[in-house]
Design a protein around this ligand. Structure first.
Ligand SMILES: [Zn+2]
Length: 140
């Protein structure tokens, strides 16, 4: 799977799951690119959330990288960006994503279809939030 972090310019291009197991080297690389870049703090990102993005990618049939708009957030950063009080981003369980070849509207539709957890639609900011919490959805 491929990701690009627009804030840091970093790229991720690795297979994080193969032969029935997670690849720790690839996951470590992903945790790094999904870190809170403002505080340079990283945590493990829940593989259930990464799997949601993987399913979205499969349904979209797009190979190119997702834009990783937001991954892990420290409480300080979450406060700064006006995140929800108990944001799943602070637990490494949420990712905000966009895709340069797909409209936010379509990305949102596909994310809802996966039913992997929470889905937030941010049409003005051009991204979709996914997490591995209870299945629910909202529009910002
Ligand atoms: Zn989010």
């Amino acid at each position: 799977m491929q990701f690009h972090n627009p804030h840091t310019g970093e790229h991720f291009d690795a297979v994080y799951f193969s032969n029935g197991r997670y690849r720790n080297d690839a996951l470590s690389e992903f945790y790094r690119i999904a870190r809170d870049w403002r505080q340079d703090a990283e945590v493990k990102i829940d593989t259930r959330t990464i799997n949601v993005v993987y399913k979205i990618q499969t349904l979209l049939e797009k190979e190119g990288p997702f834009q990783l708009v937001s991954g892990y957030r420290t409480p300080q950063t979450n406060h700064l960006v006006h995140g929800a009080k108990h944001s799943f981003h602070m637990r490494g369980e949420a990712l905000d994503i966009a895709h340069p070849e797909v409209s936010t509207r379509l990305l949102h539709k596909v994310a809802l279809h996966v039913r992997g957890g929470g889905v937030g639609y941010y049409p003005r900011e051009h991204f979709v939030h996914v997490d591995c919490g209870p299945v629910r959805s909202w529009t910002a």
